[in-house]
Design a protein around this ligand. Structure first.
Ligand code: ZN
Length: 486
């Protein structure tokens, strides 16, 4: 039975993950006879991810473009993880007639529900501001969730006649998975985002040793991140210096602000802070997690910790109890609690969204504390050009926050190595771990330069063809690898 992949999103770009897998089921119908929601013959269509493109205005317009296939003709959808660039267009798919099952791991289901519900308000606000139609509403998110069928790691399941899927951990965020498809004739895997293993919380990315062709992510295909190994030490030392600077005589005391991405990075930071405090490596100061979304996500991490955290973390959990909590941590959910932080005297640490300082609660804290020379802002993730976070990172002395000019006297420091993505060496090491079975690699989910760089390295170091697919291109997968198809 023919196995085919078409690159509809995430080709030569980081976000908007969307791959179409097709099989010809004509020969496979006899075994099961099919069920009402699976086709008896003809072509089966399965999507992997249905994500939004993020970043530029062009991307925002793209979110409104029609799907390049008929949602009514898609038989199943597999979601690799709960980032919006992988799941953000899925409710719209349901709104436009998709009626199949949606497969994902149990933590991904919980996280996706949170992220999608959260996005409904943001979408509604955007739509109002720019006079755009609503991409989806709460009821579409509900409908999407009603289609979910949980698929834990390491369970082979036939999702349409003759085509089975198998999920493996990728160590990127809680519940993140690679997807391996198998028919009687060939197998194909899509890694989706590969984590920055080793992580203190999640198990390492698992090699895929049973796929004839693999589509790999390539976000950092050309980037070396040497700070990764020392990031905890750097974080601790920077924190100590910032806390020393925050010690003012008789005054208010400086504030340390961390605009954080609410998923994975926030939990990693809480984990490291908890370690620093229990080892008495930094002074005891209150830490505020000032983000309802990050608090809810942290609770989902706690819920699944026993099953989905790595062995070391599970042992620590059994011994110490909650490893994402510590005595000085205050979770501020309500607006009142959040506003009350300003009245807390003395040194303090605030973790709040959004990660690029372009909204959320961090703005209020930045407006108050950026003009203070005893305060510090830590940047822990990628800052898009033009975002307030990028202006701060580039040393800007004035920045526009919530519509007001703010003077920057606080120290702004970037902490590298906290990304949830493998760097170029991590990606190559992963590709190597998939040999000898894999005959062809594709490099996707990265800018053209990093996708090409990774492809060249796979070819040069591992001696395997590596293709940089373009949007809309299709390939037939066989035991010998992949063949371009018109
Ligand atoms: Zn991701």
């Amino acid at each position: 039975m023919a196995l085919k992949i078409t690159f509809h999103g995430g080709a030569e770009t980081v976000t908007g993950s969307n791959f179409l897998i097709q099989t010809d089921t004509a020969k496979a119908k006899t075994a099961r006879g099919g069920s009402p929601d699976t086709p008896l013959s003809g072509v089966s269509r399965v999507l992997v991810d249905c994500g939004v493109e993020q970043g530029s205005e062009y991307s925002k317009r793209r979110a409104y473009e029609p799907f390049p296939y008929n949602p009514k003709e898609i038989h199943a959808l597999v979601i690799t993880h709960a980032h919006l660039d992988h799941v953000g267009r899925a409710p719209r798919l349901v709104r436009e007639g998709f009626r199949g099952k949606v497969y994902m791991t149990p933590p991904t289901r919980d996280l996706a529900e949170l992220i999608l519900r959260d996005s409904v308000d943001i979408l509604a606000e955007n739509a109002k501001r720019h006079g755009l139609p609503l991409l989806y509403e709460e009821k579409d998110v509900e409908a999407f969730l009603s289609h979910v069928e949980l698929l834990p790691y390491h369970e082979e399941r036939e999702i349409v006649p003759g085509l089975s899927v198998y999920l493996r951990n990728t160590g990127h965020i809680l519940g993140s998975a690679s997807v391996r498809f198998k028919t009687a004739e060939a197998s194909l895997a899509i890694t989706s985002d590969i984590g920055n293993s080793p992580s203190p919380l999640l198990p390492d990315v698992e090699p895929i040793d049973d796929a004839d062709a693999i589509v790999m992510e390539s976000v950092y295909g050309d980037k070396h991140v040497p700070e990764k190994e020392h990031r905890v030490k750097i974080f601790k030392e920077s924190l100590r210096r910032a806390l020393a600077r925050a010690l003012t005589r008789g005054g208010q005391g400086g504030t340390i602000m961390i605009p954080a991405f609410s998923m994975e990075r926030t939990q990693l930071m809480l984990y490291e802070l908890s370690n620093f405090f229990s080892a008495k490596e930094i002074p005891e100061v209150p830490v505020f997690l000032d983000s309802p979304l990050a608090i809810a996500i942290t609770n989902i991490y706690r819920k699944w910790a026993k099953e989905y955290f790595k062995k070391d973390a599970q042992q620590k959990l059994a011994k110490e109890g909650d490893i994402l909590n510590f005595p000085f941590l205050k979770m501020t959910r309500s607006r009142e609690e959040s506003e009350a932080i300003a009245g807390v005297k003395g040194r303090k640490i605030i973790i709040a969204g959004a990660g690029m300082s372009h909204g959320g609660r961090i703005g209020r804290h930045e407006a108050r504390y950026l003009p203070d020379k005893n305060s510090t802002l830590f940047i822990v993730g990628y800052q898009a050009p033009g975002s307030p976070g990028r202006i701060l990172q580039d040393g800007g002395k004035r920045v526009r926050i919530n519509g007001h000019e703010v003077q920057v006297r606080a120290k702004v420091e970037t902490l590298h190595g906290w990304s949830a993505h493998a760097d170029r060496d991590g990606l190559l090491k992963f590709a190597e771990s998939c040999l000898p079975r894999t005959k062809t690699f594709f490099t996707a989910l990265g800018e053209p330069s990093s996708a090409r760089f990774l492809a060249q390295r796979i070819h040069g170091f591992l001696g395997r063809p590596a293709i940089v697919p373009m949007e809309g291109q299709s390939f037939r997968i066989t035991k010998e690898g992949a063949r371009f198809e018109k």
